[in-house]
Write a protein that binds this ligand. Structure first.
Ligand SMILES: NC(=O)C1=CN([C@@H]2O[C@H](COP(=O)(O)OP(=O)(O)OC[C@H]3O[C@@H](n4cnc5c(N)ncnc54)[C@H](O)[C@@H]3O)[C@@H](O)[C@H]2O)C=CC1
Ligand SMILES: O=P(O)(O)OC[C@H]1O[C@](O)(CO)[C@@H](O)[C@@H]1O
Length: 541
């Protein structure tokens, strides 16, 4: 079976092969969207197809909407050329459920795909047409955290950004410059309202997007390249809003095992493309079943009725709390603990780690015993239920091809939020004592052990990319398995760095505890697992 609109007409063949098909009139929805678009999404990658487009498809299937989504790709044009156009914007979502069931759904809610390239006359003209249409309500984004940056790591403006600052909205080349130019079109064509909704995984994402867009607006106004009022338009939420959101659905890259399964089911269009910009994308997406999307309800021109597909609309404070609940306590600290110890113990699947009772116990201790007492409770989602689902359903899902090595990427940037917030909360609370924390320090010691680049068996181990590796690994490189402590001299520069942990661990008394764990973790080959077992099963704990 090939993936295109024509083959979908052979309903029997698809259904026999176990695929769910769209239950709406594709041509009609396409036509409605063309004339009255209400939603355009920037970032044509996996999470968009695996979560967001599926949400709209559910609503269309139930007859509760008559319009689809237009997708726009402004960074990696190859995605559109190789994975959207050849399949007429269709895709297959493979949902890998924790009970082993696999659901295959043909997604047809994306009705048009465009490259955001001001040199591509046809697409640029169409984008302008969409942006000036009063019916447009929402522009959403999944463009990674990098997508919002106007500067490089040294804090210098990128070349494309500087070009656009100087040239104004005429022929923009930078990502946010192109977006700002399209919003300007809307401004000069009737000042219609609009919501720009970041759905990326960064804290306070709406503000991140606002800051980038408003930088362009300010520069252009300063240089007299746009009407002065454009600034007030962008800064008035009655016209343009930048809601915050929290998104959660583990969506790994297209996996070879899923590709083989689809092939066996007779689906022919399975090849993964690795684009020259390093996007891993295929006509199918594989993802877990569980998903959360919580969006601040701030839509000056109305919004798509996504609540019909389980998406939660609420106030900004609640979005913030949900994000903190997930990132500081209920999901990401557990992920990072499994990433560090998983790499050290030679695992290549997160789910496999959960079969080792000492690792499962470790995350239970971190989540339930150390995290939950200080969790930020968003009220709309019960933290205990959320963490139960993470520990019992999501992370152990044996069908999810997710790896500790992927999650170990950039650990130095993640520890502050994932563990530092809990440490700080213990320090603030009178009824809690930071010195009672045992398992968070064990993870931090595990990370110092990880930085040695030697696994539990004493073999060299590749470290996942991280901007601080070059700075930190030299501190521990002279240490060998079996060395005796103290290791204060070597570990102090790491453990005292408040930029990494959110606090100087020595100042609060945890530095020495981490050092002691570290000494046990390097005692011999096999000491990593032995130390874990010793502490997670100890009576005291
Ligand atoms: N995959 C996942 O499990 C989850 C992803 N997310 C969020 O979605 C983002 C994208 O994830 P996927 O779609 O799965 O990744 P992907 O690799 O499939 O697609 C990445 C998308 O971002 C664009 N992009 C990459 N670098 C860019 C840049 N410098 N400027 C502008 N656009 C750029 C690409 O062109 C592509 O559209 C993540 O970074 C995260 O913020 C959120 C929750 C889960
Ligand atoms: O540790 P990282 O790299 O942020 O990845 C965490 C994973 O879990 C999630 O937070 C789940 O939504 C995803 O963003 C990602 O797949």
């Amino acid at each position: 079976m090939k993936l295109n609109i024509e083959t979908l007409k052979d309903v029997d063949a698809w259904q026999k092969a176990g695929f769910n098909l769209p239950k709406f009139n594709l041509e009609q929805v396409k036509e409605n969207t063309k004339t009255n678009p209400n939603w355009i999404h920037f970032g044509a990658g996996n999470i968009f197809r695996g979560f967001i487009a599926n949400a709209q498809q559910n609503i269309l299937n139930e007859g509760k909407s008559n319009r689809g989504i237009i997708v726009a790709e402004g960074f990696d044009y190859e995605i559109i050329e190789k994975v959207y156009k050849p399949y007429e914007n269709l895709g297959v979502l493979v949902t890998l459920k924790a009970n082993g069931n696999i659901e295959k759904t043909v997604i047809a809610s994306i009705v048009e795909s465009l490259v955001v390239d001001s040199k591509n006359e046809e697409n640029w003209k169409r984008l302008k047409e969409i942006f000036i249409n009063p019916s447009l309500q929402m522009v959403s984004f999944t463009i990674t955290e990098k997508g919002y940056s106007l500067q490089n790591a040294k804090g210098e403006y990128l070349y494309d950004v500087l070009e656009d600052f100087n040239n104004g909205p005429k022929n923009p080349v930078s990502y946010i410059g192109k977006l700002a130019a399209l919003v300007y079109e809307r401004f000069i064509n009737g000042k219609q309202p609009l919501a720009l909704v970041s759905m990326d995984n960064c804290s306070h994402n709406g503000t991140r997007l606002y800051e980038s867009v408003s930088k362009f607006v300010k520069k252009w106004v300063e240089k007299g390249l746009v009407e002065e009022d454009f600034d007030s338009y962008i800064n008035n939420p009655k016209y343009v809003s930048f809601p915050w959101s929290m998104i959660d659905k583990i969506t790994p890259r297209p996996d070879p095992s899923v590709r083989e399964m689809l092939k066996r089911d007779g689906f022919e269009d399975v090849e993964t493309v690795i684009t020259s910009k390093n996007t891993y994308i295929a006509p199918f997406v594989n993802a877990e079943e569980c998903e959360y999307l919580v969006i601040e309800d701030l839509f000056p021109n109305g919004r798509p009725n996504l609540e019909e597909s389980g998406i939660i609309f609420t106030d900004r404070e609640t979005v913030d709390k949900v994000e903190k609940m997930k990132v500081c306590t209920c999901l990401n600290p557990l992920h990072t603990a499994l990433a560090i110890y998983g790499c050290l113990l030679g695992y290549t699947l997160i789910s496999k780690e959960m079969e080792a009772s000492e690792l499962k116990k470790l995350v239970e201790k971190i989540g339930y015993e150390e995290g939950l007492p200080v969790v930020v409770d968003p009220e709309i989602i019960d933290p205990k239920k959320f963490i139960d689902e993470v520990i019992n359903v999501r992370i152990p899902n044996p069908f999810m091809p997710d790896t500790p090595q992927r999650i170990a990427t950039d650990t130095s940037q993640k520890l502050k939020i994932r563990f530092g917030e809990t440490i700080k909360a213990y320090m603030k609370r009178e009824d809690l004592n930071v010195m009672d924390l045992r398992f968070i320090p064990l993870v931090l010691a595990g990370w110092c052990r990880y930085l040695m680049g030697i696994d539990n068996e004493g073999n060299e181990m590749a470290l996942s990319s991280d901007p601080l590796l070059e700075e930190l690994t030299p501190y521990v490189e002279s240490i060998s398995l079996g060395d005796k402590g103290p290791f204060h001299r070597q570990l102090k520069p790491i453990l005292s760095n408040a930029k990494i942990f959110g606090v100087n661990l020595y100042e609060i008394g945890l530095g020495e505890i981490v050092e002691n764990y570290f000494e046990e973790l390097i005692a011999s080959k096999g000491a990593v697992r032995a130390t874990l077992k010793k502490y997670v099963y100890s009576e005291k704990n």
